[in-house]
Ligand binder design. Structure first.
Ligand SMILES: *Cc1c(COP(=O)(O)O)cnc(C)c1O
Length: 362
């Protein structure tokens, strides 16, 4: 059994993917070819975002907007204490200080209430993460941000395809990012990412920064980065995007199978009212995680921990001096969370096997 079965997905779309790749190779338009432009338009059509800028990965997708907005030393940016490291890392990389907000214990997402006490006169923005595929209460976070004149950028690396009250992830805030890392809900065959933006001037600046700050060929107006999406990856993503609505429904069905069978046995994920999750992960909470993981492994069921250490405990951020009691829910979650196999091609029989193994382990 696979944790995320990319082979089954390839088999399902093999002909389309092989054709798409062959046509890029024949065209030799490997960088910034027509496939990239077409993908950007399709990402906007899918998510409802105004502008999409494809880039090399979901980490660069966070860094480049920070550069574009001039975030640097002396600035603070609020990020979840409980996230993949890149969210906090990019704030530190541009020289600013990441400030960690605790999470809501039921959704594992930040809320306006956990963010509010972290706002200081130096706060420039907030990067809420749509963890495990579910969007936080971005309306409340946006309204808090606008009271303080600061920006919000959704880190939608795990949530492309999710929605909240009819708005899709990456279009609910004026600035957002995603990742096309292979194991994300919409993944390519290598690294990839995208930035979404409603302001045309900021979008144009981000596009220039992603390409060496080049304003026209060999004329450089800014210090940028080389962060472009390969045409091959764009072509693969365009095929997968055609099947993505269907895959989202399949992932949601898998989650429902899990939740029906695990209810009462372990703490199952809770999807807030008005939300549709992209189910990047199906993550349960357990008390004796090591023992359960070991038993599942002995039964051939792979599991993973997203994430075993909150940001404030990372060695790299020790100098910030944040204690466990500043983020108690994140600290507790890091000891209890355990993700089960999740992908669109998981079937009901496999889910039953996994649940039986969990029942044995308990
Ligand atoms: C995966 C991920 C990233 C980084 O994306 P890459 O494409 O791997 O660089 C950033 N933030 C979150 C929350 C992620 O899950």
């Amino acid at each position: 059994m696979e944790f995320c079965d990319l082979t089954a997905q390839y088999q399902a779309y093999k002909e389309e993917i092989d054709d798409a790749m062959a046509s890029v190779i024949q065209s030799s338009a490997f960088i910034n070819g027509p496939e990239v432009k077409a993908l950007e338009a399709e990402l906007c059509a899918f998510s409802g975002a105004k502008h999409a800028i494809a880039c090399a990965n979901g980490t660069d997708a966070l860094q480049v907007p920070l550069l574009a907005m001039g975030i640097g030393p002396g600035d603070e940016v609020i990020v979840p204490d409980f996230t993949f490291y890149a969210t906090a890392e990019m704030v530190a990389l541009v020289g600013a200080t990441p400030v960690f907000a605790d999470i809501d214990p039921t959704t594992c997402n930040v809320t306006a209430d956990t963010i509010r006490p972290r706002i200081t006169p130096r706060t420039k923005g907030i990067i809420p993460v749509s963890l495990y595929g579910q969007m936080p209460d971005l309306e409340a976070i946006e309204s808090l941000a606008s009271q303080h004149g600061i920006w919000v950028m959704e880190d939608g690396a795990q949530s492309f395809g999710a929605s909240r009250h009819g708005k899709r992830s990456t279009s609910a805030t004026s600035l957002a990012t995603t990742s096309f890392f292979p194991a994300k809900p919409l993944g390519c065959y290598g690294d990839g990412g995208a930035i979404f933006c409603s302001d045309p001037d900021l979008a144009a600046k981000i596009r220039i920064l992603c390409n060496h700050g080049q304003v026209k060929r060999y004329h450089h107006g800014m210090v940028g980065v080389n962060s472009r999406l390969d045409s091959l990856q764009a072509a693969i993503l365009r095929v997968k995007l055609r099947h993505f609505e269907q895959e989202l429904l399949m992932r949601d069905q898998v989650a429902k199978w899990y939740t029906e069978r695990l209810r009462g046995l372990v703490a199952t994920p809770i999807v807030s009212e008005g939300n549709f999750s992209a189910w990047a992960q199906y993550t349960i909470r357990v008390q004796n995680r090591d023992k359960i993981q070991a038993h599942l492994q002995s039964k051939g069921v792979p599991t993973a921990v997203h994430y075993p250490m909150p940001m404030h405990r990372q060695q790299v951020f020790a100098h910030l001096g944040v204690q466990d009691d500043a983020c108690p829910n994140a600290t507790k979650a890091s000891t209890e969370v355990m993700s089960l196999p999740m992908h669109a091609f998981l079937n009901e029989v496999q889910v039953e096997e996994i649940v039986a193994a969990i029942r044995e382990a308990l």
